[in-house]
Design a protein around this ligand. Structure first.
Ligand SMILES: Nc1ncnc2c1ncn2[C@@H]1O[C@H](COP(=O)(O)OP(=O)(O)OP(=O)(O)O)[C@@H](O)[C@H]1O
Ligand SMILES: [Mg+2]
Length: 261
């Protein structure tokens, strides 16, 4: 294999037998046990599993907010170093916008934190707001936007500093069903247009199959990876795909892994 090919084949994230035990008040609780997975650069991976199975813990380890206490975590490569503060963008269940800042200035927040040049950051924030469909809302305040619009602003904010990796922790959980469907379509588009590597946590099996190019199914008690597989659906997905046989087969497979079938 040529050097270029070997480099291309190197994953952005390599987790090997990663474990995490929380210790508090003299008690130990293993939240994540022996998780092994590779994530390719530019991939879209859905992490799905029941409440408490360790999804947020995995994201926090990747974001550098928690340290694994077993196994190895490698992010980036020799060719491309990785700094969690600089190279990760996070989106949470709630948009967490600062209510005293305009939408534009909320999106520019990472530039202020990282001390990036403001003029370039503003231009990028405006472009990103247009990409997430919020052109014209730059000078509004968060309370003037719907929940879905606020969440789109949070996605733009996560992209501002051009991170290599976007971690999304159940970002659409608080949205109504129709807005959530729309956001799923938007996410596929944003992923394809931005070329970013995205890890997306969800409780919704349908959302995992619709969004993911790959799907990691985690189970609780013990917390472990049940399966990690490709979702072989067309890159250009419309909501109608949810009624297809292939889509249904993936959904049933995940139900089975989670003990529902
Ligand atoms: N800081 C902590 N200290 C002690 N235990 C913790 C801590 N954070 C999480 N846990 C425990 O670890 C387990 C996994 O938590 P985690 O938040 O990763 O689950 P999750 O899969 O994200 O759940 P949910 O879907 O409800 O968000 C849970 O049982 C939780 O109680
Ligand atoms: Mg969680």
């Amino acid at each position: 294999m040529s050097a270029a090919l070997a480099q291309e084949a190197e994953p952005l994230i390599r987790l090997r037998n990663v474990s995490k035990t929380y210790r508090s008040g003299g008690r130990a609780f293993t939240a994540v046990s022996n998780v092994t997975m590779d994530v390719r650069d530019g991939d879209m991976v859905a992490l799905v599993g029941p409440s408490g199975c360790g999804k947020t813990t995995v994201l926090k380890i990747l974001a550098g907010l928690h340290e694994a206490d077993g196994g190895t975590v490698q992010i980036g490569s020799q060719a491309s170093a990785f700094t969690p503060g600089r190279d990760v963008g996070m989106v949470f269940q709630q948009a967490l916008l600062l209510k005293w800042r305009t939408i534009l200035h909320n999106v520019m927040l990472p530039a202020d934190i990282l001390g990036l040049p403001r003029k370039a950051a503003e231009a990028r924030a405006r472009d990103l707001l247009a990409m997430v469909g919020l052109k014209g809302f730059e000078d509004k305040y968060p309370y003037e936007l719907s929940g879905g619009m606020q969440q789109r602003a949070a996605i733009a904010r996560a992209l501002l500093h051009d991170p290599k990796l976007i971690l999304m922790d159940e970002p659409f959980g608080a949205l109504d069903a129709l807005t959530r469907e729309r956001m799923n379509l938007e996410m596929r588009r944003i992923w394809r247009e931005s070329g970013k590597t995205i890890l997306f946590v969800t409780h919704s099996i349908q959302e995992a199959v619709f969004l993911g190019e790959r799907c990691a199914v985690l189970t609780a008690g013990p917390a472990r990876m049940a399966e990690y597989f490709d979702i072989d659906l067309p890159a250009d997905r419309g909501l109608d795909i949810k009624t297809s046989d292939e889509f249904g087969r993936y959904v049933r497979r995940i139900y089975g892994l989670l003990g529902f079938a």
